[in-house]
Design a protein around this ligand. Structure first.
Ligand code: ADP
Length: 635
């Protein structure tokens, strides 16, 4: 029986919440539609469930859907569902009151934060609580809700202008489910209040936020009315929430299409990763490793590729809280069942469950890369070429996964053309070899012909050629792999010389004067001059002390705006080189000859050039060289 509308007062808290909505705590007003669609979708889920448990319930569940109707003249937007609906009591409890005591607390805290004008805190608070239905009042100055509970005959109409009161009226005749009509405020695009009777705008919002809602969302087609055979409505959401379907039922083509849609990449994904977590925190993830890196991957404002959904409703892009920075190239969707729709970044950052989720997702992605490395070398090669440099950032950022990351890394090596894994290197290590040898620098050819390599080549010892700038940094702090320490062949004492003890003693004796004298001449630049056991054909090389930073590392830090001191280095001489031997005899014969000091300087400068660094004063170096060359011609 239809009755007269009766007026009721809102609770104090509800009134306060409404005021906040009217005064717009959200800057993005489009969100009202996301909230209402999400409520409608829940109502459809609930009906399906209730019907499942109670087959005596007299309802038609054959065409469950959501429908949006726009009326530009009346300036209304109506969203209707044929879901569970609400009884009169439920309307009073659920819509008229703030049933949830948490929300009342939220309103109290929010008012406080606003009073103290703590903008950030307000944002954070909003994200903690669902504000759902009331967000209608951001865009409407009057809202009419008509609802009939499944299985009941009487319907209820609720209406309010968002002020102190609402009215309730019983209706005898209403479709089962809920319809909400928003009497829209005048559009004010400057305040991001758009014209929500514009079908294009509404479709855009639906596809942005609610594309993967499982239930069809229907609207009148966009086609001009005079056209014939225009269907009465069309479904505007794709509904393809692939992550909610069993993996066995989804085809590669469907994954690829979905990937292209969310990534704006033309290519197919290189690898698809699925994760379905049940338990205290319930979520699904559908992630992709792309085939190509985007151009801005290394720029400081590079976006993360993962989107966060809550119950199939889009919540945010670029969800950097879900995966660490070194996995920013991963694209995809994470859908959580336990977060509020309006969860904020601040909350994600603090939430312990999000932390657990991030850990899990990170492990899963690394595991997928490992899968490629072990089973699909070709794909892995492609992946590594595009993303290896990014992944290696993880060696510096993610202590907990450092070993797992190291395991999937690959590096250029002297042993073969193609890159090697560390495991491969260790398997090829020679008997008695205890360390993993490496050399860092700009390019493979430069490293291969470097003087440090001489003895290693002669002995057939494999050396990793680390040519990424970031290699300098991680390798510096990496204790070991598989129990084997990393050893730079340009650092510390390397002894591959097999000459006997007595022979060495003799050499030491012979060269001792020369070494002391050169140490004095070059004291500004080097802390020690010693005989080398790593050179075969070059006269000299400079090495860093085991614990000192290499010049490349110093440069790298400098480029990042951090100054670290460059310690003086060590000059090593090859006693069997004619230049060194000649210098020794000349110094013995004419210790006072000033020319010899210049030769010593030249030897040091050449050693620097050979490793790819410049002598401190290149002009002086060239001058000395020119003079000596000139003299050698006139003799
Ligand atoms: P929330 O969705 O966060 O619970 P809302 O204020 O949006 O908060 O909604 C309050 C309650 O009103 C919902 O939990 C639901 O029980 C009921 N409700 C809202 N919209 C609908 C609808 N379309 N159909 C049935 N019930 C609804």
């Amino acid at each position: 029986m239809t009755t007269q509308a009766e007026s009721y007062e809102f609770q104090v808290e509800t009134r306060q919440l409404l005021q906040l909505m009217i005064n717009s705590i959200y800057s993005d007003k489009d969100l009202f539609l996301r909230e209402l669609i999400s409520n409608a979708s829940d109502a459809l889920d609930k009906l399906r469930l209730e019907r499942f448990h109670d087959d005596t319930l007299d309802v038609d569940t054959s065409d469950l859907h959501i429908r949006i109707d726009l009326d530009a003249e009346a300036r209304t937007l109506t969203i209707a569902d044929n879901g569970i609906g609400m009884s009169r009591d439920e309307v009073v409890d659920l819509i008229g009151k703030i049933a949830n005591s948490g929300t009342a607390e939220f309103v109290r805290q929010l008012k406080e934060a606003q009073r103290e004008q703590e903008g950030e805190q307000t944002e954070e608070l909003i994200g903690r609580f669902g504000v759902g239905f009331y967000s209608s009042f951001m865009v409407a100055d009057r809202v009419t809700l008509i609802t009939r509970r499944a299985g009941q005959s009487e319907a209820t109409q609720w209406e309010s202008a968002g002020e102190a009161t609402y009215t309730l009226q019983a209706l005898d005749d209403a479709p089962q489910g809920t319809s909400i009509t928003l009497h829209l405020k005048p559009a004010d695009p400057e305040d991001r209040l758009f014209d929500y009777t514009d079908p294009r705008k509404v479709r855009e919002i639906v596809t942005r936020y609610s594309d993967f809602i499982t239930w069809p969302i229907r609207m009148v087609p966009l086609a001009a009315p005079e056209e014939e055979d225009v269907p009465e409505f069309e479904t505007v959401n794709s509904r393809k929430a692939l992550w909610t379907r069993p993996a066995s039922e989804v085809t590669d083509e469907e994954y690829a299409e979905f990937y292209r849609r969310i990534s704006h990449d033309w290519n197919d994904p290189l690898e698809t990763i699925r994760l379905n977590i049940e338990g205290t925190l319930q979520y699904q993830a559908l992630l992709f490793l792309p085939e190509r890196a985007t151009a801005n991957l290394f720029s400081p404002d590079a976006k993360h590729g993962v989107q966060l959904y809550v119950n199939r409703v889009f919540v945010m892009d670029d969800a950097e809280e879900l995966l660490p920075g070194y996995l920013r190239f991963v694209k995809g969707v994470v859908d959580s069942q336990d977060l509020a729709l309006n969860v904020s970044r601040e909350i994600l950052q603090q939430d312990r469950q999000i932390e657990a989720m991030r850990k899990r997702l990170t492990k899963r992605v690394i595991q997928a890369v490992k899968g490629l490395a072990t089973n699909e070398p070709e794909k892995y090669g492609k992946f590594w070429g595009e993303f290896g440099r990014v992944l290696k950032e993880g060696l510096l950022q993610d202590f907990a996964n450092r070993d797992a990351i190291l395991e999937v890394c690959s590096f250029e090596t002297t042993a073969q053309e193609e890159p090697t894994s560390l495991k491969g290197y260790v398997e090829r290590m020679q008997e008695g070899q205890e360390k993993i040898f490496f050399l860092t620098g700009d390019s493979r050819p430069a490293l291969e012909s470097s003087p440090y390599m001489e003895a290693f080549k002669a002995k057939g010892l494999e050396v990793l050629l680390l040519t990424d700038p970031i290699d300098e940094v991680w390798v510096d702090g990496m204790p070991e792999f598989d129990g084997k320490q990393f050893q730079s062949i340009a650092k510390g004492e390397i002894d591959l010389d097999e000459s006997g003890e007595s022979e060495r003693e003799e050499q030491k004796e012979q060269f001792s004067d020369l070494l002391t004298w050169m140490g004095e001449v070059l004291t500004k630049d080097v802390k020690e001059v010693r005989l080398s056991h790593r050179l075969t054909t070059s006269p000299a090389c400079v090495v860093s002390d085991q614990n000192d930073a290499t010049p490349q590392l110093v440069q790298l830090y400098k480029a990042m705006g951090q100054a670290i001191p460059q310690e003086r280095r060590i000059l090593e001489l090859n006693p069997s080189h004619p230049l060194v031997e000649g210098l020794r005899t000349a110094h013995q014969a004419r210790p006072e000859d000033a020319r010899l000091a210049e030769t010593a300087e030249l030897v040091h400068g050449m050693a620097l050039l050979a490793e790819g660094t410049q002598p401190d004063d290149p002009a002086r170096f060239v001058q000395l060289l020119a003079t000596q060359l000139g003299e050698s011609l006139t003799k």
